[in-house]
Ligand binder design. Structure first.
Ligand code: KIV
Ligand code: ZN
Length: 516
């Protein structure tokens, strides 16, 4: 029997970014896209071009960077969205526009306030317009899980006629059970056979995203949409790593199916996403959780020592987790050991970047006894995803945090100048950020502040993420890494400002944020 290669459509950068707190800046998205390409995903949904100037810019840059995966932008079935999508992906070697409109009675009546006939007309028009930009157009029946199958057949006929090559059936609210998804997919894939391929996009509200995707594959879906670490709206999406490893480990059942995924890149990809978003997979998360390959009970440990397969259905090495490599770096580690560690973690840095990362490693090693893999990942990722450094924090001094008024003095470098100023605030962080505002002349509104320790120990690095809006423009993200939480916070805030400045010109050219 012929093997069917299931297309893996990764939407970490679009649906995944819709997870509360998961916003990423342009440099971070480029870094993630490059890793997804290395992982072997077929399609990277790089964002929603019309959503904001930042989204457009990131998709455009990813389009220029990625060549082995198709680069896709989401677009509502609206001309301006499709135009933005078409322009954003124009430089990609392989391009796709993904347009959608809701097809369930509840969405059509209350959200769209449109009649079913109007929805069909709008969908076909959107696809036809998208085809003026690209040959590869995907159409999604939003809320397919609660849509009438007869209506979806009608809309499928219309959009296929207009040029759609993939029909996606999202279970937008994660409502369906596996056998129900199976029935829907079987009926739809039989119906469109030879004219288009059926894709699924399963949300995880009942914890069934992966099970639903696997059943869909059994019943005829040839593309699955998923995210790394299961990120996504609300309870998230089906996790890429779980779908791919289920297909691999249970190849006895899924013998007619495979994917292009290099499973050894799963763990490095998962760590990169966790480092950048600051959202750690739960410890017991399948495949990539901290405990996924840990054996706590004595009986299990004994079994594994005698014969691994007593309690392990897959090898950590299969997902690129090398547990035998426990080398922890410290201040006596040289450049060669550092370079070797980077290679093992999947980073290839140009000479200049390597030198800068090694310098930062040495400074850290002077103050932190043991440096773990996650410290190195955070350090290098932070270095690689920095926007141009218009402003740089030189030093920070905090005053009277106990009974008096919290105040902070900050020294900032801009070009060859060093500027110092101080401010009081409602709390220490407030004082630090206000002092930065005074020096830079930009007033930021802090929308989100998160701090996470990178590895273990009292001397762990603090990884601070901020979401800041300057001049009432769409918010930008900044990350700061330091042993001192206040310095990490100051760096994160300046990082957000540098990010804002690096795209300030583009912000004026494009409309402001659109909410999906
Ligand atoms: O969940 C959903 O319906 C979506 C669509 C936009 C594909 O994310
Ligand atoms: Zn979704």
């Amino acid at each position: 029997m012929q093997t069917n290669t299931i297309k893996i459509f990764d939407t970490t950068l679009r649906d995944g970014e819709q997870s509360p707190g998961a916003s990423m800046n342009t440099e971070e998205k480029i870094q993630i896209a490059a890793q997804l390409e290395k992982l072997g995903v077929d399609i990277i949904e790089a964002g929603f071009a019309a959503a904001s100037p930042g989204d457009f810019d990131a998709i455009d840059k990813i389009a220029q960077r990625v060549s082995n995966s198709t680069v896709c932008s989401l677009a509502r079935a609206i001309e301006s969205d499709i135009k933005a999508a078409g322009e954003a992906i124009a430089k990609a070697k392989m391009q796709r526009i993904h347009t959608f409109i809701a097809t369930s009675p509840i969405h059509m009546e209350y959200k769209l306030k449109m009649k079913p006939e109007e929805v069909i007309k709008r969908a076909a028009g959107a696809v036809a317009y998208a085809r003026t930009f690209v040959d590869d157009v995907e159409f999604s029946c939003e809320d397919a899980g609660r849509s009438d199958i007869g209506f979806m057949k009608e809309i499928a006929d219309a959009v296929i006629e207009a040029g759609a090559t993939t029909i996606n059936l999202p279970d937008t609210v994660g409502f369906r059970l596996p056998f129900e998804i199976g029935v829907m997919v079987k009926e739809m894939s039989d119906y469109v056979e030879g004219r288009a391929i059926i894709s699924v996009h399963n949300h995880n509200d009942l914890g069934l995203g992966v099970a639903n995707s696997l059943e869909a594959i059994m019943q005829g879906a040839r593309q699955v949409e998923c995210t790394i670490n299961g990120l996504g709206e609300r309870a998230g999406n089906a996790a890429l790593e779980e779908i791919v490893m289920a297909l691999k480990v249970r190849s006895d059942v899924f013998k007619d199916f495979d994917t292009r995924i290099n499973t050894k890149e799963i763990y490095p990809t998962s760590r990169l996403i966790a480092t950048i978003t600051g959202i750690e997979p739960q410890p017991n998360k399948a495949i990539v959780g901290k405990n996924a390959f840990a054996h706590e009970s004595g009986i299990h440990q004994d079994g594994v020592l005698k014969h691994k397969e007593t309690y392990e259905i897959m090898k950590p090495e299969d997902i690129g987790l090398d547990q035998s490599d426990t080398l922890v770096l410290g201040k006596h580690s040289g450049r060669a050991a550092f370079k070797d560690k980077l290679a093992k973690l999947g980073f290839t840095l140009e000479e200049d970047a390597l030198n800068r990362a090694f310098e930062r490693f040495k400074i850290l090693a002077d103050r932190k006894k043991e440096i773990y893999d996650d410290d190195i990942r955070a350090l290098v990722t932070n270095e690689m995803t920095k926007a141009e450094q218009v402003f740089e924090i030189v030093s920070l001094q905090l005053m009277d945090c106990s009974e008096g008024v919290p105040s902070a003095a900050v020294k900032i470098k801009k070009g060859n100048d060093e500027i110092i100023d101080a401010s009081i605030g409602g709390g220490t962080i407030d004082a630090v950020f206000k002092a930065i505002d005074r020096i830079t002349g930009f007033t930021g509104r802090l929308d989100e502040y998160r701090v996470k320790s990178v590895s273990e120990g009292k001397d762990a690095l603090a990884n601070v993420t901020v979401k800041v809006s300057f001049n009432d423009e769409p918010a930008v993200i900044g990350h700061g890494l330091h042993l001192d939480t206040m310095l990490a916070s100051a760096r994160a805030y300046i990082g957000a400002l540098n990010s804002y400045l690096s795209m300030a010109g583009k912000l004026k050219e494009r409309p402001k944020k659109v909410i999906l």
